[in-house]
Design a protein around this ligand. Structure first.
Ligand code: BTN
Length: 244
């Protein structure tokens, strides 16, 4: 796959930039935008994503998938796997995933992924924007309501560079998108599960309506919670899960 990469000094949001650029890019080419800072970085659930200059990685991809919306089960989890694997190749250890797709390291949030569905192009081809924000040298506290860490802290004493990490991310995300188009979610399920930070923990969802033990994900990427009433699947995008 051909990647059309733009590297910007400053942008409102790399997700927004990819949406703007998609219109002018030839079919089959993946627009990728990386910026040194964002003035209106966005997180999940309408939250802002604090994006200071020179410190972190802010990158977005414009991807298309055949098969219509019904084929997108588990898609947002695929990118968590792709990024975790790229970070480990670059030397990070124990990258965990917090359902649906927060990146964790040593029990703290290292980054997040924002997947935005753009709608259907022609027959059944769905357009998706994937944005990744990673704390690299982050010094100011990010806009997250949980403990956080940075790669500089986790990779201390090792030889690494932000540019090399960013290119490893591009390679891994593009390969994962291809693999998902060809084979769906099944090649990713076990890989996701091996990084599940909720597994075996006491969890609550739906304002406490569902409570029980974390049991990983099903074929569609829903999160499974086991209680005395049985196993309940929590849908991605529906609600947030937390440790009880
Ligand atoms: C989260 O809330 O955990 C997801 C955060 C995603 C932030 C990234 S930074 C690059 C891309 N551009 C944005 O505006 N948001 C995503």
């Amino acid at each position: 796959q051909r990647v059309d990469l733009s590297v910007l000094d400053e942008v409102d949001s790399t997700n927004a930039e990819v949406i703007r650029r998609q219109a002018e890019i030839s079919p089959g080419t993946i627009p990728v935008c990386i910026a040194d800072c964002q003035t209106a970085g966005r997180g999940r659930r309408g939250r802002p994503w604090r994006s200071p200059r020179g410190e972190n990685i802010y990158i977005s991809f414009g991807l298309t998938f055949p098969g219509g919306f019904a084929m997108l089960d588990g898609l947002s989890l695929v990118f968590g796997v792709a990024i975790a694997e790229a970070l480990e190749v670059a030397g990070a250890q124990d990258i965990g995933l917090k359902w649906p797709n927060d990146l964790y390291c040593s029990g703290r949030k290292l980054g997040g992924i924002l997947v935005e569905l753009q709608g259907e192009l022609e027959e059944g081809v769905v357009r998706v924007i994937v944005g990744v924000g990673l704390n690299v040298h982050m010094t100011a506290a990010p806009d997250v309501d949980q403990p956080w860490t940075s790669l500089a802290r986790e990779l201390e004493g090792q030889d690494w560079q932000r540019n090399v990490l960013a290119s490893a991310l591009v390679t891994s995300v593009v390969a994962a998108a291809d693999e998902f188009s060809a084979s769906g979610f099944s090649p990713f399920r076990e890989r996701w599960q091996g990084r599940d930070i909720f597994s075996g923990r006491q969890l609550a969802a739906k304002q406490g309506e569902v409570a029980g033990t974390g049991r990983g994900i099903d074929d569609q990427g829903n999160y499974l919670i086991e209680s005395t009433d049985g196993v309940e699947a929590v849908r991605a995008g529906e609600i947030s899960l937390r440790v009880a």
